[in-house]
Write a protein that binds this ligand. Sequence first.
Ligand SMILES: C[S@@+](CC[C@H](N)C(=O)[O-])C[C@H]1O[C@@H](n2cnc3c(N)ncnc32)[C@H](O)[C@@H]1O
Length: 167
Amino acid sequence: MNDVTNLVWILPDSRPEHYPGSWPLEFEERLLELYNFDYHKDLKDDVVQLFSGGVQYGFKVDLFNDSHNDYKGDAHSLPKEWTDQWKMCILDPPYTSNWSRVLYGASELLYSKYISEAVRIVKPGGFIACYHWSMVPTPDTCILTRRIFIGRDYFKKLRICMIFQKR
Ligand SMILES: C[S@@+](CC[C@H](N)C(=O)[O-])C[C@H]1O[C@@H](n2cnc3c(N)ncnc32)[C@H](O)[C@@H]1O
């Protein structure tokens, strides 16, 4: 078994005026720094973000245009020519199909399908970071490298970002 690093980050929570379901403040910058990306530069060729919502950096993919995305489309089925393209893929899916419908008016979610697409579009040796409310399983063609446990405001549940490396 490979070594898995567990990290704990306590971060200030996002504010009501931010995008619905947005990350705690500083999460995006800290994650990019952990993987040596300089977020002051244009990262569109290096980092892709699926379920991007209101994120700031990289190439953004979301079902809806109102999130200022670079590509409007379903994370379950991405363009064939994107295979092996990015160094890192970051995902922040709604946690259940019901939440997806209620919060965003979006359709059903299938972890096995969108995580396979995330793995496909990352270069071999690249990373897939999935932010969720539970630990999600390691895709077949990947190894688990890190888990980041994220604490926010008092009485708010922890979140977990699992980070896989594509073989
Ligand atoms: C939790 S939010 C992302 C929030 C983002 N991380 C932030 O900090 O602002 C989830 C996003 O997933 C999008 N979404 C839902 N279903 C989708 C799908 N099948 N494909 C692509 N995006 C989808 C929603 O439109 C929403 O913007």
